[in-house]
Write a protein that binds this ligand. Sequence first.
Ligand code: GDP
Ligand code: IMO
Ligand code: MG
Length: 428
Amino acid sequence: MPAIVIVGAQWGDEGKGKASDQLGTEVDYVVKFNGGNNAGHTVIVGEEKFALHLLPAGILTPGCTAVIGNGVVVDLEVLFQEKEALEARGVDTSLLRISSNAHIIPSYNKRIDGANERLLGKRKIGTTGRGIGPTYADKMNRIGIRVQDLFDPSILRQKVEGALHQKNNQLASLHSEETFDVDVVTNELLSYAERVRPMLINSSAELNKALDRGLTVVFEAGQAVMLDIDHGTYPYVTSSSTTAAGACTGSGVGPLRLDRVVGVAKAYITRVGEGPFPTELLDDAGDRLREVGGEYGTTTGRPRRCGWYDAVVARYAARINSLTDVVVTKLDVLTGLEEIPVCVAYEIDGERVEDMPENQSDMHHAAPIYEYLPGWSEDISMCRSFEELPANAQAYVLRLEELSGCRISSIGVGPERAQTIVRHTLLD
Ligand code: GDP
Ligand code: IMO
Ligand code: MG
């Protein structure tokens, strides 16, 4: 199975890192194609816990080439911090590669991210503050700085000067913030050039060649469909294309080369940051999910908002991404509940709605319509086959499958690599 895309099917933090890691040593390339160090992918290997932000989880797989694609925004300081921290723990990072077309997050965009949020006041997005939005805005505005610019100091300086012309104006007049010096910013960026040089690749050429040779390439998304710039709950979204289509634009591989699209979904749902969330629980049930599920952000440490599984979101994720498979994670977190609500549709202004509303106000008014499924009390963390699961847990998974319109190929019953039930292999 040469080309597999892994995407978030909810609002992020579904366990994409574990799903990617799980594919193991048959994977030749793993590609991050969107976002930056706003992501936080946790992978547990034996006794070791890794929290990856800018680097894809596949970096932990021996012999796998990890690619940062052209669709990613790169904080160079974080790139080397993360790389060196992994090396200090014995991880081989010599196969880390970066597209020369990837955009760089310059220091001024981190300042602007925070300033924009303050300016929005109570309409803030709740960003991770990593400069992601302003850097994608610069890309679209054609004033971005790319990795390849690091290798031509005079062009780099010209581009930084052009960008700062706008940025300093914005910082001083709109935000009353300190401005940036062209030479200081240019020299800071240049200081990374020689360390980046050995990692440079043309991601499109290399990945297409790899696929021609029949190698296995995994595209590991950051964020999720409901945070997608086009298809998410705009404006409460991130600024990149987080969906399967983003795997193409963010790496330079055409859509017909993708063989499988895997959506990762929790057996319930969480969200970090602001924005509508129909099944959100603001009571003890939400606190229970947060505590049992350890729902605190990997990147910012913020408590995640928690709610019941939302099949409207699941069907939407299947449609937008052409999902072929779903990986359901954290089924173990539901153990001990007497009954488990599952949202099957929304009620919006008195009407039953089965599909994701297009209109922002409708989404804000959406109330969940629940179906109640019986729970189970047996510990499932040691189950390794579907048949070993208690009957009610099996029925829960089968009902999610039916409601979501896509087969559930794998079920997570704990955070560790082995704590997974595989119903259909993703690699055939
Ligand atoms: P990602 O951003 O999609 O990679 O997800 P995160 O790593 O931010 O959050 C998922 C969290 O759930 C991590 O702490 C994982 O270790 C953990 N996790 C993943 N799968 C399971 C599972 O099946 N059961 C439990 N209990 N935890 C899981
Ligand atoms: P992973 O890959 C969950 C959210 C932020 C905020 C919004 C915009 O771990 O699933 P940004 O800094 O991207 O401009 O913030 O998006 N967000 C995430 N939420 N998981 C993530 O990544 C996220 N990356 C960004 O909380 O609401
Ligand atoms: Mg995460």
